[in-house]
Design a binder for this molecule. Sequence first.
Ligand code: SAM
Length: 230
Amino acid sequence: MHIVETLSGIYVLDIFGEMRIATRPKVPVPVYGERVVEGLRIWDPHRSKLAALLVKSRLAGGFGDLVNELNLQPDAKVLYLGAATGTTVSHVSDLVPGGLVYAVEFSPRSMRDLLSLCQARDNIVPLLEDASRPEKYASFLEPVDLVYQDVAQRNQAEIASRNAARYLKPGGSLVLMIKARSVDVTADPKEVCRAEIERLEGFDLLSVSNLRPYHQDHWAVVARKRAKAP
Ligand SMILES: C[S@@+](CC[C@H](N)C(=O)[O-])C[C@H]1O[C@@H](n2cnc3c(N)ncnc32)[C@H](O)[C@@H]1O
C-alpha cells in the first residue's frame, strides 16, 4: 500500500493497484468491520454515501474542489442528520479531531450502537431526535460549518433547509444525500432529485452527483449557504 494523496485528513491510497480512501482515527481500531491498514481506516464507498461521493470525485478529477467545499477543517463543527449506527459519522469524526459532530438519529435501536461509538470518541454528541423538528435540539447546538443529511424521508429538502436555516453558518456547506425512492417510488428518480433541489432554500448549488455504481437512485447535492442580504 502507498499513500497517493492526503487532503484535509482524507487519504487516497493505492492498494495493489486499486484506489481506496481512508481516514486516520486517534485509536486505530475498526468501527464497523472495516479494514485498518497502517493506522488508517479504509472508507468503503459501498457502505458510505460520503465515501462514494469522494471516490467518484477523485475519479472525475474534482476531488480537491469537493474537499474544499466540505469545509472539514480539523476543528470544524458538523451537524449530521440521519446518523444511523455511525458508519459515516465515525469517518467524519476522524476528520475533525478538534471539532464536534452533532449526530441526530431518531431510531432508538440505531442510537444504541451509536452510543458505543460515542463512548470510544470524545467528539461526537449523540442526539436522539427527529431531524424534521430542529427546534427540539436547539439547546445542544452551536452554529456549524457543515450540515450533512442522509435521512431517506419524503421531505428531504425541507428538512435540510430548516436545519441549515437554524444552525448552518452563512457560507457553510450542505451535503444532502437524496434517495429518490423515499420521495416517490413511482416517479422518474432524476425528476424527483431535480424537484428536491428546487425546494432547497437559501443556497448556491455547487454540485450534484449520481452515486452509481455504489448506491442506486441516490444523488449527492453539495451547496453553500448564502450570506443574508444586507
Ligand atoms: C440511510 S440511513 C443513514 C446511514 C448513515 N448516514 C451512514 O452513512 O452511516 C438513514 C437513517 O436516517 C434515520 N432517519 C430517518 N428519518 C429521520 C429523522 N426525521 N430524524 C432523525 N433520523 C432519521 C433512519 O433511522 C436511518 O438510521
